[in-house]
Design a protein around this ligand. Structure first.
Ligand code: NAD
Length: 477
């Protein structure tokens, strides 16, 4: 299966850089897909300096000119969607249909930010002094940098690139070394579409070395990060040295509350589909299930049936619904969650072990009666393992749902409108889904609270994150 030649993009030129190359592995077969070039400090400095020149050129264009170029990039991706989706599946493992849906989001997000860039309005503020005009304007924040995780090789990358470009900023981005080809394809789309050299720069390397070098520079005026809470804290500390603005999209641990007035069968079906999407490697994946006592058995039975029906395999094969985990390091993590819960009294309903010994496949797994002190009820699993526990009252379950330090997504199923309203207010999360698990679109704000991070991507908030505000006070004009 052919996989594209991998390059970095620095100052408008595709380059191998001067660092030692790394292997990219297919998680479904464990085969080496390709050789990824990496950046030395000199390469990184060149990328950061280029982003200043890229910013000067790109920000000088009108929003309309920028939108036209971004539209061309969106069309390039649409025209090449089959090829890019296949590469995404090869390197990340998700079923090719999921890769295509992801690229659909990518295209929509480019168009959203490109159009929204035309509406980066300021305000004319009535002055308290005669003969004075007070003008509040929005300007692009400057060159930016970004570091992103591998679980959405397209979406994680485009939320940064399109947000920055829509606002008139340039970017140096380090996508994941595990899923580089998708990011490179997206960068190529912008380069082919005609962005000025240095507007989009893509680098790879040792993650800690790359981020500390780029963040030490005072050229990037903003950092946007998608990844774990632990690394997010580290990068925020580094970014603070030069007072870069930050958007932090970090880990979650989404509770699902199923009340006895809900349509339990639908809840189980919707939740199972969301849970096993991308093998559970989704920051807003439903990860802790709390089901009201009187419908507990029905829910577990329905979820068990849905779990057993999931077809696992190589994402390139027809009909496969769940691929492998992204890397071998994730297999013992899943096993650890299962063994820990069972040792504390949970019952394994289905799954609970690796599938075969080639490819990083793990069984879709359901555990019931999982005690609150089990590791999986407290730490994000980021995989296809489901813990279910029962609850009595609404007040009790809200307390359990809100007990963790992260707050990205929370979900609830109920047929009671007043309860739905209360839950929308009381669940401590940046995203709340009631009878729905759809909380991420290009036009809506996406982001967490507390240790899930701060700032939003998507929506007008996502564009605003790449803008800064200036007040101009004019007298005697
Ligand atoms: P991670 O934090 O280990 O890696 C994310 C990024 O940080 C990658 O680019 C990686 O190369 C880089 N990185 C890793 N170690 C680093 C280090 N020591 N110094 C500097 N950079 C480093 O995250 P992960 O485990 O690969 O990804 C999964 C996490 O990402 C989960 O917690 C998930 O919830 C979160 N996530 C959040 C969102 C969101 O929008 N909130 C989206 C996707 C994933």
């Amino acid at each position: 299966m052919s996989y594209p030649e991998l390059d970095m993009l620095i100052d408008g030129a595709w380059t191998k850089g001067s660092g030692a190359p790394m292997d990219v592995i297919n998680p479904a077969t464990e085969e080496v897909l390709g050789s990824l070039p990496t950046a030395t400090d000199a390469d990184l400095d060149a990328a950061v300096e280029a982003s200043q020149r890229g910013f000067d050129a790109w920000s000088a264009m009108t929003a309309l000119e920028r939108q036209k170029i971004m539209e061309k990039a969106a069309r390039y991706i649409e025209d090449n969607v089959d090829r890019i989706a296949r590469d995404c599946t090869l390197e990340q493992g998700k079923p090719v249909l999921e890769s295509k849906l992801e690229l659909g989001f990518v295209v929509d997000a480019i168009r959203w930010y490109a159009e929204e860039g035309k509406r980066a309005y300021g305000r004319l503020i009535p002055s308290r002094f005669p003969g004075t005009r007070l003008i509040a304007t929005k300007e692009p924040v400057g060159p930016t940098c970004a570091f992103v995780a591998w679980n959405f090789p397209g979406v994680n990358v485009i939320r940064k690139i399109a947000g920055a470009l829509g606002a008139g900023c340039s970017i140096v981005i380090k996508p994941s070394e595990e899923t580089p080809a998708t990011a490179i394809a997206l960068a190529r789309a912008f380069q082919e579409a005609g962005v000025p050299d240095g507007t989009v720069n893509v680098v790879f390397g040792d993650p800690a070395a790359v981020s500390s070098r780029v963040l030490a520079s005072d050229i990037p005026r903003k950092m946007s990060f998608t990844g774990s809470t632990a690394i997010g804290k580290l990068l925020a500390r580094q970014a603070s040295e030069t007072l870069k603005r930050c958007t932090m999209e970090l880990g979650g641990h989404a509770p699902v509350l199923v009340f006895d007035d809900a349509d339990v069968g639908t809840a189980a079906k919707v939740a199972a589909a969301a849970k096993f999407r991308n093998a559970g490697q989704v920051c807003i994946s439903p990860t802790r299930f709390y089901v009201q006592e009187s419908v507990y058995g029905d829910f577990v039975d329905a979820f068990e049936a849905a779990t057993k029906a999931i077809k696992v395999g190589n994402g390139l094969e027809e009909g496969v619904q769940m691929g492998p985990l992204v890397a071998d390091r994730r297999l013992p993590v899943m096993q650890g969650f299962v063994d820990d819960a069972v040792s504390r009294g949970a019952t394994l309903v289905t799954g609970g072990k690796r599938i075969g010994n080639q490819g990083y496949f793990y069984e879709p797994t359901l555990m019931k009666d999982v005690p609150e002190d089990a590791a999986i009820m407290n730490d994000e699993p980021f995989g296809p393992v489901v813990p279910v526990a029962s609850f009595g009252t609404e007040e009790e379950v809200i307390g359990r749902a809100n007990k963790v330090k992260v707050g990205l997504a929370s979900y609830a199923f109920t047929g009671d409108g007043e309860r739905a309203n209360r839950l929308g207010r009381k669940l401590n999360a940046g995203l709340v889904g009631i009878n729905s698990m759809s909380v991420s679109t290009p036009e809506t704000p996406f982001g967490g609270v507390d240790e899930s991070g701060y700032g939003s991507e998507g929506g007008v908030e996502g564009l605003d994150a790449f803008l800064r505000t200036k007040l101009v006070s004019e007298t005697g004009v």
